[in-house]
Design a binder for this molecule. Structure first.
Ligand code: GLY
Length: 377
């Protein structure tokens, strides 16, 4: 079977890898533009990020985090893809922030998610640099974090090793013949395919040539992310060892530490279309909130400022399944969970493309769930 995957972010590459492993001739086409996968912070935090009313997504995310270590093993092990196991601390700065966290904790407890309330003292022992105004914390010990750029690089290497070809050029254009997807054109190149996998992240709803009724309902959701690093020549204990997710006067900020001392701070949630401009107010807001939680950030170097476009969907869950156009498979809409769900998505796409029905965790996550007809069925 010839398959073309549109998109070389972690989702497209994971699909390419698994499809090539099962014997497909795979070509990945990409416009070479920035990928949200490289901007992400790498939180693998289904427990801490569980939100009201997102149970199908939560079940999938919990499965993904439980199987992440074996996914990393297949990608070359933790030397290649560094993973952290300290867990996530949720903290609130004000009484209102703590009340909101308590409300979420009650909901998460009701779902059977494992968390542990830490006293102020336990919290300080674990994270001595947290601001004095941060009291205790809620520990989600099963949450992980990962170096997201390493995940993408390892996926690219594995996909190539399994035989996938990479074609980087201009924007892809789907080719449809007699109502069926038959390939993809990129500039002057044309690649014929039995199956096309649309995995173009936030750009999935603007890919040329896809008939309107098959476009997934994906909207770009911009996030500013900062990368802070120790100043050259300055050595000391790490600013953090756990991921910290904080509510600061009702605003969310998270800080994700890497073993080399880098601290990734994110992220804004903005609906600005495909605009990925870095804006001063957003950076200032993130730094202000990070500083309120962890004053020592002032001593770090501001190494990188970037924006990524998350592929948002109406219910915040991914869209994975056959589209209304025969031959066109959709794997997008991973919104805030692309790094976490990349492994399980690649496996599921390979399964379904091979002719299997959706597996249990994916049954409610197909593209047709958004059509009126299905909603009324
Ligand atoms: N998963 C974190 C974010 O999307 O900002």
């Amino acid at each position: 079977m010839d398959v073309v995957v549109i998109g070389a972010g972690v989702i497209g590459l994971s699909c390419a890898w698994r499809l090539a492993q099962q014997g497909a001739e795979v070509t990945v086409v990409d416009d070479g533009g920035p990928a949200a996968s490289d901007v992400a912070a790498g939180m693998l935090a289904p427990v801490t990020e569980a939100a009201f009313g997102e149970e199908p997504l939560l079940r999938l995310a919990c499965h993904a985090v439980a199987t992440y270590p074996s996914y990393v093993d297949e990608l070359g092990g933790s030397e290649v893809v560094p993973v952290r196991h300290e867990g996530t601390l949720s903290v609130g700065l004000t009484a209102d922030d703590r009340a909101e966290l308590a409300r979420l904790t009650t909901y998460r407890d009701g779902l059977g998610l494992r968390t542990e309330q830490l006293t102020r003292r336990d919290t300080r022992e674990r994270e001595p640099f947290l601001a004095a105004s941060v009291g205790g914390a809620l520990l989600a010990a099963d949450d992980l974090s990962v170096d997201n750029r390493a995940v993408r690089a390892a996926l690219r290497a594995q996909a190539r090793a399994a035989g996938a070809e990479m074609l980087t050029g201009g924007p892809a254009r789907l080719q449809v013949d007699a109502g069926r997807a038959v390939g993809v054109a990129v500039g002057v190149d044309e690649v014929r395919a039995d199956v096309v996998v649309l995995a173009a992240g936030a750009r999935s709803s603007v890919v040329d040539g896809v008939p309107e009724h098959a476009l997934p309902p994906v909207v770009p959701v911009k996030g500013h992310v900062l990368r802070l690093r120790p100043q050259p020549g300055r050595h000391g204990p790490p600013a953090l060892t756990h991921t910290v997710r904080a509510l600061v006067h009702g605003r969310e900020v998270y800080l994700v530490p890497r073993a080399d001392g880098e601290l990734v701070v994110g992220a804004t949630v903005e609906h600005q279309g495909l605009d990925d401009t870095v804006v001063v107010a957003a950076v200032r807001g993130l730094l202000r909130d990070a500083h309120e939680v962890l004053p020592i950030v002032d001593e770090l170097a501001l190494a990188e400022v970037s924006t990524g476009l998350r592929p948002g969907t109406p219910d915040n869950a991914p869209v994975v399944g056959w589209s209304a156009v025969p031959g066109l498979f959709v794997a997008t809409g991973h919104y805030r969970n692309g790094i976490l769900l990349s492994g399980v998505t690649g496996e599921e796409v390979a399964r379904q493309v091979a002719g299997h029905p959706p597996s249990a965790l994916w049954q409610q996550l197909g593209p047709r769930r958004f059509t009126l007809q299905e909603a009324h069925a």
